[in-house]
Design a protein around this ligand. Structure first.
Ligand code: FPP
Length: 252
């Protein structure tokens, strides 16, 4: 959610340029699964896997910049993750705070704009302040958007959107797909073209369920901390060979 989180806005996000090659996804969403199993395989605590997962975000973000991807949304903490053991939950919260502390200046210098998709309620006040600061400091950057889905659930996002639509007094006949999209946590963000899931499962797990209606899906058994530049390139290669029909018939 943005500093002006109580109203729908496109947050000054540029729409997808027409000249962007179709073979490159403009927006990638990643379900970063497998941190726990990565750690377990090394006899380490699960949090060590999450720490390695955080290090990997930077590596993949940089590769996205090299490949011309303009938006990367990462699923960092879901509304369902509160049900994990309390020490893992508090560890993940601490990890986000530490990551902002350690990496914000460098991300800012490198032109990364940070956005947040998710509920602020439930997040510790201090961490909320850190998130808002990261959004504000980087708001004019345009090299790449890193949208962090934290305390995020796709169903919660729809419920929150409908609540705000009702609060804004929108008439039922004024409701459209475009309008509903603009009420998502980050209105104006182009829908993801490609959803990648590491760790081998074939599930969306409540990630971008509205926005991913026509996204291409890619899954790999590789655990997130091991998903490197070559793995991303493999996903991009596969994406470039997909034919996206959006419900139409194949091109002749
Ligand atoms: C799933 O691995 C991963 C998560 C719960 C979220 C991913 C979190 C990170 C990469 C670290 C936190 C990120 C930030 C920005 C603070 P899992 O634990 O479900 O792995 P498993 O399926 O092997 O158990």
């Amino acid at each position: 959610m943005t500093p002006q989180s109580d109203s729908n806005t496109n947050h000054g996000i540029e729409s997808r340029p027409d000249r962007m090659p179709e073979s490159i996804p403009y927006h990638i969403g990643i379900i970063m699964d497998g941190n726990g199993r990565w750690a377990q395989a090394r006899g380490l605590p699960r949090l060590a896997g999450h720490r390695a997962g955080v290090d990997n975000i930077r590596r993949i973000l940089e590769q996205c910049v090299r490949r011309g991807v303009k938006v990367l949304t990462i699923y960092a903490f879901s509304t369902e993750n509160w049900q994990r053991p309390p020490d893992e939950v508090s560890g993940l919260m601490r990890l986000l705070g530490l990551t902002i502390q350690r990496q914000l200046d460098d991300l800012h210098r490198n032109g990364v704009r940070i956005l947040h998709s998710g509920r602020m309620e439930g997040i510790h006040k201090e961490l909320q302040k850190q998130i808002v600061r990261a959004l504000q400091i980087t708001q004019h950057n345009d090299r790449i958007i890193l949208n962090v889905a934290f305390n995020y659930g796709g169903r919660a996002e729809l419920v929150d959107a409908v609540r705000r639509i009702i609060q804004d007094g929108i008439a039922p006949e004024a409701l459209s797909e475009e309008l509903l999209s603009s009420y998502m946590y980050v209105g104006g963000l182009p829908d993801p073209d490609l959803i990648i899931r590491t760790g081998g499962e074939w599930r969306l797990s409540n990630f971008l369920i509205w926005q991913a209606a026509y996204a291409e899906y890619y899954t790999t058994p590789t655990y997130w901390p091991d998903f490197d530049e070559r793995e991303l390139d493999r996903a991009l290669d596969e994406y470039s060979q997909r034919e996206r029909r959006f419900g139409r018939v194949p091109k002749p």
